[in-house]
Design a protein around this ligand. Structure first.
Ligand code: NI
Length: 200
């Protein structure tokens, strides 16, 4: 039948067309694929309030590399440890610390008002800015950085917060550069901060 004789050339033609389309696609778009592979979708726009009670967005951090950390002032250990380490790191960086910014974003805005954050942060490096906002604004910032947090009831009417303890290292353009955390050896963390500053 004619149909059977048509099938082979049709298959050859279709396969050839497919190879052509894929090759053309790879030739046309390789750089875009590489670019998107290099960018990690962490960070981005947020709208919060600083511990001075002023509006504060990601635009306030751009221009210099920065460190972002999510936590809460009632945290018994991880947050104060991280903020203490960061304070020590900034002292160790000396003049280079001026080329770095740091933000501490609360995951407990119900208790962490800008006033309370200001009092709390007085124990740490004064360059660390405390950020609070409405529940929705905090949730949006947490989504941008893909961090997890959850309210955990404790005895009585009290509660604590479970949260990711990642220290995000962001470059001067506000793009993801790397991470660190409070369990990392001091020298490793400081080497990363020096690299981040050098990278700009
Ligand atoms: Ni904490």
């Amino acid at each position: 039948m004619n149909l059977k004789r048509l099938l082979v050339p049709l298959l050859v033609f279709t396969t050839g067309l497919l190879v052509l389309v894929v090759t053309a696609g790879l030739l046309l778009f390789p750089s875009q694929q590489q670019q998107s592979a290099g960018k990690v979708p962490i960070g981005g726009p947020f709208k919060l309030v600083s511990h001075e009670g002023k509006p504060f967005t990601e635009e306030n951090l751009k221009g210099k590399p920065f460190v972002v950390f999510f936590g809460f002032t009632h945290c018994p250990e991880v947050c104060p440890t991280t903020l203490y380490d960061l304070t020590q790191d900034m002292a160790a960086l000396g003049k280079d610390a001026e080329k770095l910014q740091a933000a501490f974003i609360t995951v407990d805005p119900a208790r962490d008002t800008p006033e309370l954050m200001k009092t709390y942060l007085a124990s740490f490096d004064p360059r660390i800015v405390g950020l609070s906002g409405t529940e929705e604004e905090i949730a949006a910032a947490a989504r941008a950085y893909k961090i997890y947090y959850r309210k955990v009831p404790t005895e009585g009417q009290d509660y604590t917060m479970d949260h990711s303890a990642t220290l995000f290292l962001m470059d001067g353009k506000g793009e993801f550069y790397g991470t660190s955390n409070f369990q990392e050896p001091e020298e490793t963390r400081r080497a990363k901060l020096r690299q981040l500053i050098k990278n700009g």
